[in-house]
Write a protein of this length. Structure first.
Length: 404
């Protein structure tokens, strides 16, 4: 079979936007990214090891082509020197390794951050697709198309519902845990072709280019986490990360991620300056309804009209939850909804929750203290406790860290 990844644009936009920022501001940073499966699997992932290594070999043979670079260069926030860097870039096989310990599959990327940060989405898409190849593909596609049809009809029904002040906007965020690359393309084509009034883009840069859609994405946890190890006072790492982002993009890509150390700690740093400079906020853990109310209350406290800002919801959404959030908030603030697994891997099969997260930068641990306790990620309990102390976060808010 042909390799799963055949084009380096087949990844999330925010990998490029974070990559450019780190190349310009902290190119010397060393980093470690580690793979974790958070949920039980139907068979040991370790059995995928030979196929994973074959796919990594293929990935590390790819280069950005002229058409790829021309497309990236057409995005106004991508700078010419970053294009020059990508022109000569190639993943180095020595920087990533996969091995098995019992039934557990381990994958680790270790090296200069600007050479290893890009591995994440490709690795997740590879493992996920290899995993689901073990199931009945014909039955999965039949079920997937039936469920896709139901989603399209549900979305079309919005046309006859009472209009809210702001429109419903749906994005595809489904690269990392998709059933397969071809299936993601079929899903995105269907939504773009049949529900273009509400479907506004995809995080997948390759599909955005090929289907003439808007590429969607700004920053992820790894960007903010890296600043925990860049020499700034730990209490100020979010401020430093946001400030560098503002200086890098000068008003573009203005959606800030809020849950690296929890929404409350984020809002303590998100003062009038940042609240006016950023277009809005992205939710990725915790109760989305509570989060949305906190965000609106924060803007109102700062005397910033919420109508001028945007909330992007992206935490394990399905279409029904997205619509419920829309009906709750769309008369008060602009809303966007990034749906991932339940858009590109709704095939009647039990999905798996896999991640590949930054665990160390410049030789020291970094952590995410999520508003959803099971999503907290750190392999150093001492550092996690220190981070909680610095940001006055109760231990219960960071319990059950994922060990990697």
């Amino acid at each position: 079979m042909s390799p799963i990844i055949t084009n380096l644009l087949d990844t999330d936009l925010y990998k490029f936007t974070m990559w450019q920022a780190m190349l310009h501001r902290h190119p010397q940073t060393e980093a470690v990214y580690e793979f974790v499966c958070r949920t039980p699997t139907a068979f040991p992932l370790a059995t995928l090891l030979p196929e994973v290594n074959r796919e990594l070999d293929a990935l590390c043979s790819l280069r950005f082509g002229k058409d790829d670079l021309d497309y990236l260069d057409s995005l106004r926030f991508i700078k010419s020197d970053f294009i020059d860097f990508l022109r000569i870039f190639q993943f180095q096989r020595a920087f990533i390794k996969a091995w098995a310990e019992g039934d557990t599959l381990h994958i680790e990327a270790r090296g200069p951050q600007v050479h290893v940060m890009g591995f994440e989405i490709y690795v997740l898409a590879i493992v996920n697709e290899l995993y689901f190849r073990r199931f009945d593909a014909e039955a999965a596609i039949v079920e997937g198309r039936q469920r896709l049809s139901q989603k399209l009809e549900r979305l079309k029904h919005l046309a006859v519902e009472a209009k809210l002040r702001n429109p419903f906007e749906l994005f595809d965020f489904g690269v990392r845990r998709r059933y397969s690359g071809p299936w993601q393309r079929e899903v995105v084509q269907a939504f773009a072709g049949e529900t273009s009034q509400w479907f506004k883009g995809t995080s997948n840069v390759l599909l955005a280019r090929d289907l003439n859609l808007v590429p969607i994405g700004t920053m992820a946890h790894e960007y903010l986490q890296t600043y925990q190890a860049l020499g700034v006072r730990l209490r100020d790492f979010q401020v430093a990360a946001l400030e560098d982002w503002v200086q890098e993009y000068r008003g573009d890509l203005g959606i800030a991620l809020t849950d690296t150390v929890g929404m409350d700690a984020f809002l303590a740093d998100f003062d009038m300056y940042f609240a006016k400079l950023f277009d809005g906020l992205r939710h990725d853990s915790g109760d989305p309804f509570e989060w949305g109310e906190k965000a609106i209350a924060h803007y109102e406290k700062l005397r910033i009209p919420p109508q001028s800002k945007r909330l992007v919801f992206s935490d394990g959404l399905d279409l029904d939850t997205a619509l419920a959030l829309y009906h709750r908030f769309a008369d008060r603030i602009q809303c966007g909804f990034g749906v991932g697994t339940r858009l590109t891997n709704d095939m009647g099969l039990t999905t798996i929750n896999i991640v590949m997260k930054l665990t160390h930068a410049n030789g020291q641990p970094v952590a995410k203290i999520s508003d959803s306790p099971g999503k907290t990620l750190c392999n150093d309990e001492t550092y996690l406790a220190y981070l909680r102390q610095v940001f006055s976060i109760a231990e219960s808010a960071a319990k059950r860290p994922e060990t990697v």
